[in-house]
Design a protein around this ligand. Structure first.
Ligand code: BTN
Length: 211
């Protein structure tokens, strides 16, 4: 069941505090929107803030990212996914995905810049490219795409992701090194070729500083 709320601290927190499996929350705005790595997620009205529950899957951020992109039907501009969980439009951040594990299930939050004010120069919203979405229509399409993608094999998910991968072939710098992105491994790690070897980066451990 979708719960539509006006103002909430965070749709992820509301789901974890009060609601049960199968529930989802759409908020008009959030007062304490959260991003990955303890970041805040700016959540004025005009943005899209949605959380839902699902079973766990180690490739969940990729499944959700692919499903979001597929649900932005007929979008003409360049849309990509940046490991581990960013949605990139024309090279700028359009949105992000926050997957939080609660035992046997995961709460996933999706934030998208739609017509909300953008504060950062490396961010963009759908309004900037004249693309309109209706939140509830978007959710219905997303739910169909998500169910289909959730049932794919890991290999097929990664195949789809590779076509949308923003970092593939790019030289990146992270907190402990640098190298060229090769691909994503079956465990969700980013495989990077450094001057010496292929290394696996795990999203909980590294922060990409330049790309
Ligand atoms: C990120 O890029 O760091 C992830 C951002 C995730 C933001 C969404 S908005 C809906 C849900 N509720 C939150 O507090 N965060 C997620």
């Amino acid at each position: 069941m979708i719960h539509i709320v006006d103002n909430v601290k965070s749709t992820n927190s509301l789901l974890s505090d009060f609601l049960s499996i199968g529930d989802s929350v759409l908020a008009i705005k959030q007062s304490e929107g959260r991003g990955r790595r303890g970041n805040t997620w700016s959540s004025d009205s005009g943005g899209f803030y949605f959380s839902f529950t699902s079973s766990n899957n180690r490739l969940l951020p990729f499944i959700v990212g692919i499903s979001v992109v597929e649900s932005l039907v007929n979008i003409k501009d360049d849309i990509k996914l940046k490991w581990p969980n960013d949605i990139i439009l024309n090279g700028k951040k359009l949105g992000g995905i926050l997957c939080e594990n609660y035992g046997d299930y995961t709460i996933t939050g999706i934030g998208l810049n739609v017509s909300n004010n953008i504060l950062l120069s490396d961010a963009i919203n759908l309004h900037d490219i004249n693309y309109k979405i209706d939140s509830l229509d978007f959710i219905s399409i997303f739910e169909v795409n998500f169910t289909d993608n959730f049932n794919l094999s890991s290999e097929n998910i990664l195949e789809k992701y590779a076509k949308l991968d923003f970092l593939m072939g790019k030289n990146i710098v992270w907190n402990q090194g640098s190298g060229v992105v090769e691909s994503i491994d079956i465990d969700g790690s980013l495989m990077v070729k450094t001057s010496k070897e292929i290394v696996h980066l795990y999203s909980e451990e590294v922060h990409i500083e330049k790309y």
